[in-house]
Design a protein around this ligand. Structure first.
Ligand SMILES: *Cc1c(COP(=O)(O)O)cnc(C)c1O
Length: 350
């Protein structure tokens, strides 16, 4: 980034491909993926299946499409899908689950996770005269709107086991699974293990310009190919993107720990202001949510003033702001951004 660029903490999706990543993209051998002939995407699919401990993996252009294909593969119209409260599928996919798969969502738990018992209490059995059958349970790890928290691995295994015993499928929305793995010290394969189907993304912490992947048993992935096509996500010389994903896995995965450290430093600086509420000990990964006191300017006002001073963040509510750290911001920039936000929060409310 050059010195006139703002400190952009709106999302970990704002990163730009580095010169090394661009070079890997330019040099990637490619072919028509609809004939199965793109060697680079084939390699990435193998690498990711291996990392997640699954039989097969499938390229999809975006994380939202991964979630949409998963719903098509694992549910039928009219089914009920149990999800964590405030999940991406409910808030950030434009109603796609209802539009594309005709499912309803039942939100459970709090703080980004739920227990096996909460899942069983929400589960609607098949064959009932009135109930929509619960055919899928979905976990988001890390949980975006709950502050990038890690879903407890032991509980995820208990939920998936209970689901399997009852013939209910399980899906992991792992758009930030790499962050979860780094934060909790379990491998991606350990975190993915209990689930029938898993997604991961390359366009967030790994710094690629796009791309996501689904992984699971070969039979499930085989069926996913059709729905990817149906949703318009079947691409051609996609190895140019896959090369960026491979580069990100090799070069940027280790840097996620540094992103988490930046987020904690940012939160600690904010916490020193009596007009900002944030608990740095709850910042587990690269996402920081913080609240503004009643006597501070509100979130849209703070975000607007911060923008004038070269700091970008997102208002998630009238008094709540989200900031996300990533490859393209340094520790110093994160601390400077916190200084700017504290100064604005401590100015008189308009
Ligand atoms: C970002 C995200 C996605 C997918 O987003 P895309 O922009 O389509 O890649 C899915 N789930 C979660 C939890 C996310 O944070």
């Amino acid at each position: 980034m050059n010195h006139t660029d703002p400190i952009d903490l709106r999302s970990d999706t704002v990163t730009r491909p580095s010169p090394g990543m661009r070079e890997a993209m330019a040099r990637a051998p490619v072919g028509d993926d609809q004939f199965g002939e793109d060697p680079t995407v084939n390699r990435l699919q193998e690498v990711v299946a291996g990392l997640l401990g699954k039989e097969a993996a499938l390229w999809v252009p975006t994380g939202v499409m991964a979630n949409q294909v998963a719903l098509r593969v694992l549910t039928r119209p009219g089914d009920d899908v149990v999800v964590s409260r405030d999940c991406h599928a409910v808030w950030h996919e434009s109603g796609a689950g209802a539009a594309n798969s005709g499912v309803q969502f039942t939100e459970i738990g709090s703080g980004g996770s739920f227990t096996r018992e909460e899942f069983l209490a929400a589960l609607k059995p098949a064959g009932h005269a009135l109930f929509p059958p619960t055919t899928l349970v979905q976990i988001e790890n890390t949980h975006n709107r709950c502050g990038g928290v890690v879903f407890p691995a032991v509980e995820a295994a208990r939920v998936c086991a209970a689901a399997r015993e009852r013939g209910v499928s399980s899906y992991l929305d792992g758009a930030r699974l790499w962050n979860a793995s780094v934060a909790c010290g379990s491998s991606p394969a350990e975190l993915a293990g209990p689930f029938d189907l898993v997604s991961v993304a390359f366009s967030k912490g790994l710094g690629a310009p796009g791309g996501a992947m689904l992984a699971g048993r070969s039979e499930v992935i085989h069926r996913a190919v059709r729905y990817r096509r149906m949703l318009g996500g079947a691409m051609r010389q996609v190895g140019i993107f896959a090369a960026a994903g491979l580069y990100g896995l090799e070069h940027n995965l280790p840097g996620l720990a540094a992103d988490h450290d930046k987020a904690r430093r940012f939160a600690r600086r904010l916490a020193a202001s009596r007009r900002i509420t944030v608990d740095p000990s709850r910042v587990q990964t690269n996402i920081v949510f913080f609240d503004l006191a009643a006597d501070a300017p509100d979130a849209p006002a703070v975000v607007a003033k911060a923008r004038e001073q070269g700091v970008l963040a997102v208002a998630f509510g009238s008094r709540t702001i989200r900031a996300v750290t990533h490859l393209d911001v340094t520790s110093e920039q994160c601390e400077r951004a916190a200084e700017v936000i504290v100064r604005i929060a401590e100015s008189p409310a308009a």
